[in-house]
Design a protein around this ligand. Structure first.
Ligand SMILES: *Cc1c(COP(=O)(O)O)cnc(C)c1O
Length: 486
């Protein structure tokens, strides 16, 4: 090996430390052109396009500043006051502040509710809840993924256990009614009696209606099961009081913090504590035993050091949720969603359940003669971002019939009802073009062949570009939250 003198500091070429020190303080734009350019391109995509992915939002500048701070550097395994590292006085203060704000944001009494703000994201948060409270191969019931549930609610197919939550726990899903699109609570009740779940999960990723938490509480009680609300999608709406809160009925509430809540990417778990009930015979108080198991499952069970920069980002976002501005924003998210649904219905589209109580709709494209995969691709090419999704009654998850559309991100940019009528028109144009392309092809053509046609046909590229130009001109009129440059 060549003698590189790395063990002998005195032989370092003179300016290597100067260059090193420069490397450590120069801006990204100078330090790493490649990554900088990718981020710039993504920023442009976000600014020029119409963001309708229901799980996305634009975090505020303050949230992103907290996320990009020196807190990234700090290790602090453990919890405030009981850490495995020194130098934690400020991150202790930060985590306590974040916990306090989390309880305040949802109007929770600290005597009755506790909170863990360390989960790295929504999926690890849910896995921690099961690890804490359901024994290995214990039983859980969540809304099936094709019906609007989340992977982490125990998703598996006939052929394969997909989510680790179905590998390490036994999962039996509940479903929506194939015709109405509403959750079939009667079937859930019936099946819970047979399956005896340890935990029932009330949470959705693609469901446009309010959940009946009271009904689910009854079903859980009848079976001695825990009720977990996973409010990931709606936590911002809940904080603003524009949809019903799950806290009254649930034992545990988990959430992500980057969807409607509009913070950084992270997860949070709320759990009940204190007196659960009083034994009628002995008069003795029975206590919840959730705090210890949940905290232990998060750390040291599943995670190492908390992401303190993320905890700061959550804290900043939570402070914002308690303002009248945030409440006004969330009201507008819901109003905009209704306006989008109404405009699409007027254009002849079918919306699953006929409308929405929250921030998203599921458009069933079967009546139009196309499907979600094709529409998503054409819309993407037109700078409209959304995602394909299965619709109630879909025979195959491989060809989802619908697209999911959400209003949180664009409402953060200030779009109002009238603007969403225009958004509906752009979507309509994209779907009309989808049909035109599809009808020019063999009806049995695959999605891959469809995409090739879309990308390879000059005539269609011209049509795509016309819509795209209109979309981008419209989108650029609205201000972009966050950092100005990247
Ligand atoms: C998004 C989501 C999650 C998972 O969050 P990640 O941060 O992506 O891991 C969990 N549950 C529900 C209902 C969600 O919508």
């Amino acid at each position: 090996m060549a003698n590189t003198n790395i063990t002998n500091g005195q032989s370092d070429s003179k300016d290597i430390w100067e260059r090193h020190n420069k490397m450590m303080v120069e801006p990204l734009s100078e330090n790493d052109q490649e990554v900088y350019q990718i981020i710039k391109n993504e920023k442009k995509r976000q600014t020029c396009g119409l963001e309708l992915i229901a799980s996305e939002n634009f975090a505020s500048r303050a949230v992103l500043e907290a996320l990009g701070s020196c807190l990234n550097n700090k290790y602090s395994e453990g919890y405030p006051g009981q850490r495995y590292y020194g130098g934690t006085e400020f991150v202790d203060e930060l985590e306590r502040l974040c916990q306090k704000r989390a309880l305040e944001a949802y109007g929770l009494d600290p005597e009755k509710w506790g909170v863990n703000v360390q989960p790295y994201s929504g999926s690890p948060a849910n896995f921690a809840v099961y690890t804490a409270l359901v024994e290995p191969h214990g039983r859980i019931m969540g809304l099936d993924l094709p019906d609007g549930g989340h992977l982490t609610h125990g998703f598996m197919t006939d052929k394969k256990k997909i989510s680790a939550t179905s590998i390490f726990f036994e999962s039996m899903p509940y479903k929506v009614h194939p015709v109405t699109g509403y959750i079939d609570y009667d079937r859930l009740e019936e099946n819970a009696r047979l399956f005896h779940p340890k935990m029932i999960i009330a949470g959705v990723s693609c469901y446009s209606r309010n959940l009946d938490y009271a009904r689910m509480r009854k079903i859980a009680d009848e079976n001695g099961a825990y009720l977990l609300a996973d409010m990931a999608h709606i936590s911002g709406l809940v904080a603003a009081g524009v949809v019903p809160s799950p806290f009254e009925y649930c034992d545990i509430v988990s959430t992500t913090t980057h969807k409607t809540l509009r913070g950084c990417r992270a997860g949070v778990i709320f759990y009940r504590k204190g007196v659960k009930s009083v034994d009628p015979k002995s008069g003795k108080e029975i206590y919840y035993n959730l705090e210890g198991p949940i905290n232990q499952a998060v750390f040291p069970g599943l995670q190492g050091g908390p992401h303190n920069h993320a905890i700061a980002g959550i804290a900043v976002a939570l402070k914002q949720t308690m303002t009248p501005e945030f409440k006004r924003y969330q009201m507008q998210v819901v109003v905009n969603c209704k306006a989008l649904a109404a405009a699409l219905i007027e254009l002849g589209y079918k919306i699953v359940t006929g409308g929405s109580d929250n921030h998203l709709i599921l458009v069933d494209l079967r009546t139009k003669g196309t499907d979600g995969g094709r529409a998503e691709k054409v819309l993407e090419a037109c700078s409209v971002a959304c995602n394909k999704n299965t619709c109630p009654g879909d025979k195959s998850a491989l060809r989802p019939s619908g697209v999911r559309l959400g209003t949180p991100a664009l409402t953060s940019r200030g779009l109002m009802e009238e603007d969403f009528k225009k958004v509906a028109m752009f979507i309509h144009k994209g779907i009309e073009l989808t049909l035109e392309i599809q009808n020019s092809m063999n009806p049995k053509a695959t999605l891959k062949e469809f995409k090739e046609k879309l990308a390879g046909d000059e005539n269609y590229q011209i049509k795509v570009n016309q819509i795209k130009e209109e979309v981008e001109k419209f989108a650029r009129m609205f201000p972009m939250p966050g950092l100005t440059d990247i």
